[in-house]
Design a protein around this ligand. Sequence first.
Ligand SMILES: *[C@@H]1O[C@H](CO)[C@@H](O)[C@H](O)[C@H]1NC(C)=O
Ligand SMILES: *[C@@H]1O[C@H](CO)[C@@H](O)[C@H](O)[C@H]1NC(C)=O
Ligand SMILES: *[C@@H]1O[C@H](CO)[C@@H](O)[C@H](O)[C@H]1NC(C)=O
Length: 356
Amino acid sequence: MLRVLLALACLGALQAAAVPDTTGYSVISLPLKDVLVNGQQSFVGVIGIGTPDQSMTVTVDISSRLTYVPSVNCSDPFCTGHRRYDSAASSTYEADGTPFELPYGQNASGVLSKDSISVAGATVHGQTFGEATAVWNSYSVQAPNDGVLGLGFSLQPDRVPSILDTMKSQDLIGRRLVGLWLGRDGAGGELSLGGLNSARYSGELVWATTLQNPDGWVVMTESFDVGETSLCTGNCLVNANSLNPYFFMSMEMAKTVNDAIGGIDIGQPGVVALNCTSVSTLPSLKMTIAGRSLEMSPLEYVFVIPLEGGAEMCISGFVGVPQFIDNYVSLGTMFMQKFYTAFDAENLRMGFADST
Ligand SMILES: *[C@@H]1O[C@H](CO)[C@@H](O)[C@H](O)[C@H]1NC(C)=O
Ligand SMILES: *[C@@H]1O[C@H](CO)[C@@H](O)[C@H](O)[C@H]1NC(C)=O
Ligand SMILES: *[C@@H]1O[C@H](CO)[C@@H](O)[C@H](O)[C@H]1NC(C)=O
């Protein structure tokens, strides 16, 4: 019943806006909608590809450099149930043809193409993106997103530039800086490109230097504790994962913390339920990053899935993933709903502040 890795639903028109930044550039600001279908949550926005614009609903993937959408040539069930990019209908399409395949068993492949991509009214030209001609994700057929907006960046100049790189080289933004605000209780979200929105956080951002990693945003945490349970021996590495709500970690780490908070087996490896009635009595999660303590209450680290008949199911936010090594935690959107997160590719650092 609960699928941890992808998300699902449908959305209406989203509004876009650009506001000036202190550097003189506009900050590109894309509204995101929070959708929950079949227990899957995702934050999605709408971009346009081609001329005229073919609109595509996308999730934001902060750690991947590749933006991709289904191709009109893809006839897999996922593709026929979603909007598909048709290069023949775009006057700005340029062929590339280099094959791509998504990593980590994401089960999509196709070829690279180039076209204009519009995000909240700002248009990059000649952006390389993936046209997926095959998508064989068994459970994503109902996903609310057609494709993915990849906001990674390149450390190596010879690699295919991400849309963030191209936005900077085409002077749409002054710096490769991304801010992600994700609201709670269906409030939606906001993606800022080229600057941050200080109205979306309070206090100062604490900055942590990212480790040199070609695609992901990885920083060190000095501690990661849930009540008396210390999950990291010494430092832990954490990365940001904008595609999933959960804290992904090794199976052993998840077992340790879930045993300590009364996790209930639901027959799915790595995932446990919690007694909704007593969630508020559980201890807080405390992390230290760059000397600053970041704290989440149990209500903030538990994912509540509404069931039929008004009932609810509470899922522990700590999810074990077999491929994960110890002392490594992936911070999902649950974390970002509590902390505004900034991704600064110019200074290779991540920033955190209390979300408002
Ligand atoms: C889709 O099919 C058309 C017609 O066969 C072809 O010209 C085009 O290159 C194909 N696009 C992709 C991405 O495979
Ligand atoms: C990818 O495909 C393989 C084999 O076809 C399948 O076992 C696996 O569950 C698929 N993964 C996803 C994420 O759908
Ligand atoms: C859940 O917690 C409440 C309050 O502590 C308790 O009364 C109830 O028996 C618990 N339910 C289960 C299934 O353990």
